[in-house]
Design a protein around this ligand. Structure first.
Ligand SMILES: O=C(O)CCC(=O)C(=O)O
Ligand SMILES: [Fe+2]
Length: 411
C-alpha cells in the first residue's frame, strides 16, 4: 500500500515533485530462476521498466518485511546513542562503521546523512586482511544484536539480488544466464544504514536541504528500503539516451539542481526499490544506465537502507558480448575491462578522504596491491590468495607503486 504524503510536507526546499506510482514486481520464490517463459517475460518487463523509469519496486514477503522492520527499529535506537559512543564504531582497515553527518562528501560537498556502513565483515586472520587488501577488515559492530539484525537483512537483500540478476540475464536474452551471478560469487556486497536529519535541524556543515548529492552507485544493483518520510529522487533515463559514465569521469553532483529532471520516489510499505549501478551500465554498454539519485531533507528525520549487490572485489568486469562490444563507444577503455575493487576503492577514498581508513590506506600504499594479478579474477574462480590456507600474496612492497596503481586504474 502506498503511504500518501501530504504535499506540503514534502521536501520544503523543493518544488512539489511529481509523485508517480512505481511498477512493482514479485520475485519467484525459488532461489534458482529457471529459463521458463514466465521468468523470461518477468525479466524483460524489469529491463523495460528500468529503461523507462530508471527504478522499480519488489514486493517483500512477510518474513522479509519483518527483517526490514526489525532493522529499522534497531537502527533508530542506534542513531540515538551519544556521538562519543557512535564515534568509536570505526575501523581503520575497512570503511565499515559509523559516519557522522557532514563527514561524507558528494561532489566535494558535505552530505547530511548519518550512516552505519557494513562491508564484508572479515576477521583480522582473513588472508585478505593479513595481506592488506584495500578496504578489507572487520565491521566494528556496536553489539551482537545489531550485528545479527543487519546480517539477517543483508541475507534477504542478497537473495533478492541474486534472483534479480538471474532475471536480468533472462530479460536481456543473454547466452550465458549466469554471467552476472558468476561475478557475484563471494561478491563485495555492502549496505548503508542512513539517518537524515530534519531539514531545520542540521549541523550546518552541508548545503541547506541537501541530504546526499546526486550520484550513481558503483556495482551491479542498488536495492533500497525507506521509511514513510520521503526524500529520495531519481533521474530516469532520457529519450536522447545520453548518460554519464561514473567509472570514467566522476558524475557526483551532475544536474543536481535541474529540478525538472528528477522524480520523487514515494515511500511504500513492504517493498524495496531496485535500480542498476555503474557495473550494470558498463556491462550493457549503457543499455541499462546506472540510475542517478539524490536525497533531500524533509520536515521530519528520515531513515533508509541502501544495499549494493556487487561483483567480487577482484573481478575484472567485461562488457557483455551481446551488448558491450562493437557499438562504437570507447572500445579501447572497455576492452580492458574494469577492475571492480579499484572502482570501489577510488570512490570510497574520494568520499571519505579524512577518514582514518583512507589515511592508513595512503600511508601504507595499500592501493598499489590493486595492480597485482592475484587481485584479477576473470571467471568464477576465487584467487588462491583468498582461500583459508596460508597467504600466498606477495608483500605490498614487492609491487612497484606507480606501475601498480596505473595498471589498477585502467584495468
Ligand atoms: O536514502 C536513500 O533512500 C538512498 C541513499 C543512497 O543513495 C545511498 O546511500 O547511496
Ligand atoms: Fe546511492
Amino acid at each position: 500500500m502506498a503511504v500518501p504524503l501530504p504535499a506540503h510536507s514534502l521536501c520544503p526546499n523543493q518544488p512539489a515533485p511529481a509523485i508517480g506510482q512505481l511498477t512493482t514486481f514479485t520475485l519467484p520464490s525459488s532461489p534458482h530462476i529457471a529459463p521458463t517463459p514466465e521468468n523470461r517475460a518477468l525479466g524483460q518487463q524489469m529491463v523495460q521498466t528500468w529503461r523507462k523509469d530508471g527504478i522499480f519496486q519488489i514486493q517483500l514477503t512477510p518474513d522479509q518485511a519483518s527483517a526490514l522492520r526489525a532493522a529499522f527499529v534497531l537502527s533508530k535506537s542506534y542513531f540515538k546513542r551519544p556521538h562519543h559512543e557512535k564515534a568509536k564504531h570505526v575501523d581503520d582497515q575497512s570503511f565499515s562503521g559509523y559516519i557522522a553527518s557532514g563527514e561524507e562528501l558528494t561532489d566535494g560537498i558535505a552530505d547530511y546523512s548519518e550512516i552505519f556502513t557494513v562491508t564484508k565483515d572479515l576477521a583480522l586472520s582473513d588472508p585478505r586482511v593479513q595481506q592488506k587488501w584495500p578496504c578489507h577488515g572487520p565491521c566494528p559492530w556496536p553489539d551482537t544484536l545489531y550485528e545479527s539484525a543487519m546480517k539477517r537483512l543483508m541475507a534477504v537483500l542478497g537473495d533478492s539480488g541474486e534472483k534479480l540478476l538471474q532475471l536480468t540475464a533472462l530479460g536481456l536474452n543473454l547466452a550465458n544466464p549466469n554471467v552476472f551471478t558468476d561475478l557475484t560469487d563471494d561478491g563485495w556486497h555492502h549496505m548503508r544504514v542512513l539517518r537524515f536529519p530534519q531539514a531545520d535541524k542540521t549541523n550546518g556543515k552541508g548545503k541547506p536541504g541537501r541530504g546526499i548529492g546526486a550520484h550513481t552507485d558503483y556495482g551491479l544493483l542498488v536495492i533500497a528500503g525507506q521509511d514513510d518520510v520521503g526524500g529520495l529522487f531519481v533521474r530516469p533515463p532520457t529519450d536522447s539516451g545520453e548518460t554519464s559514465r561514473n567509472w570514467e569521469k566522476y558524475s557526483g553532483g551532475l544536474k543536481e539542481d535541474q529540478q525538472e529532471s528528477w522524480s520523487f520516489v514515494p515511500p511504500v510499505e513492504n517493498v524495496l526499490t531496485v535500480f542498476p549501478g555503474d557495473m550494470m551500465q558498463y556491462m550493457t554498454n549503457d543499455y541499462l544506465p546506472s540510475t542517478p539519485h539524490k536525497v533531500v531533507l524533509n520536515t521530519r528525520e528520515r531513515y533508509a537502507f541502501a544495499y549494493f549487490h556487487e561483483p567480487n572485489f577482484s573481478s575484472v568486469v567485461q562488457p557483455l558480448p551481446e551488448y558491450g562490444r562493437d557499438q562504437g563507444k570507447d572500445v579501447q577503455v572497455e576492452d580492458k575491462g574494469i577492475h571492480y575493487g579499484t572502482h570501489f576503492t577510488e570512490m570510497f577514498m574520494r568520499n571519505y578522504p579524512e577518514r582514518v581508513t583512507a589515511k592508513r590506506m595512503k600511508a601504507e600504499n595499500r592501493l598499489d596491491i590493486l595492480g597485482s594479478p592475484l587481485l584479477r579474477r576473470h571467471g568464477k574462480t576465487t584467487p588462491a590468495s583468498t582461500s583459508t590456507s596460508a597467504p600466498t600474496f606477495p608483500l605490498t612492497s614487492a609491487i612497484p607503486p606507480t606501475a601498480a596503481h596505473d595498471a589498477a586504474s585502467s584495468v
